[in-house]
Design a protein around this ligand. Sequence first.
Ligand code: COA
Length: 180
Amino acid sequence: MKPPATIETVRLRLRSPVIEDAQGIFTTYAQDAEVTRYVSFRPHRSPDDAREFLRRCAAGWAGDGPFTWMITQRADDRLVGAIDIRPQDSRVELGYILGRTYWGRGFMTEVVRAVSDWALAQPDVHRVWAVCDVDNRASARVLEKAGMEREGRLRRWTSHPNVSALPRDCWCYARVKETA
Ligand SMILES: CC(C)(COP(=O)(O)OP(=O)(O)OC[C@H]1O[C@@H](n2cnc3c(N)ncnc32)[C@H](O)[C@@H]1OP(=O)(O)O)[C@@H](O)C(=O)NCCC(=O)NCCS
C-alpha cells in the first residue's frame, strides 16, 4: 500500500512528516501528560524524542508502514496533531493524537472520517479499525461519530504505560466495506 503524501479535509491538511516537525510535535502534544495519558508512549522529555519518532515515521513511509501524517490547519499551516495507519492484510488500523488546545472542535472526527474513507476506497482494504482505552471516552466518541461500530471489549489488550504497568482493556471499533 502506498498512501498519498497529503489528504485534505475542509479545515485540515494531512501531510507526511519532516524532521523539522520535531519542535512542533514536542510543544503541541508529545510532552503533555494529559494528552498522552491513553497512548502507548511516555511523554517526550525533549525534541530529541520527537526526532527519534520522526525517524521511525520515515522508515514507515519508506516501507510497509506505519504511515504517519502530521495534521495541520489549512488556515495557518499550524501543526495540531498526528494520525497513523497500520495496514495488515485486508485491514487498516488507525491511531491518532491532537494537541489539547485543539480538542472539542470536531477536528479528529473530520480526520478519522477522511482517512477511513480513503482506506476503504482502496480495492484491497475491507476493514478500518481502531482500539481505545475503555476510559478514553473522547476517543470512543470520535470513532462513533466517524461512523465506526463498537464490536466489543478486548480484555487486557494493550499497554498504556501512563495509566498502568498492566495491559488495559480496550474498546474495539471498526467500519467495514459493504459487500455488493
Ligand atoms: C481523542 C481526541 C483525539 C479527540 O479529538 P477531538 O478533535 O477533540 O474530538 P472531536 O471534537 O471530534 O470529538 C470529541 C467528542 O468527545 C466528547 N468528549 C470529550 N471529552 C469527553 C469525556 N471526558 N467524556 C465523554 N465525552 C467526551 C466531545 O463532547 C465530543 O463529542 P460530541 O461532538 O458528541 O460532543 C483528543 O482528545 C486527543 O488527542 N486525546 C489524547 C490522545 C488520545 O487519546 N488519542 C487516542 C488514543 S486511542
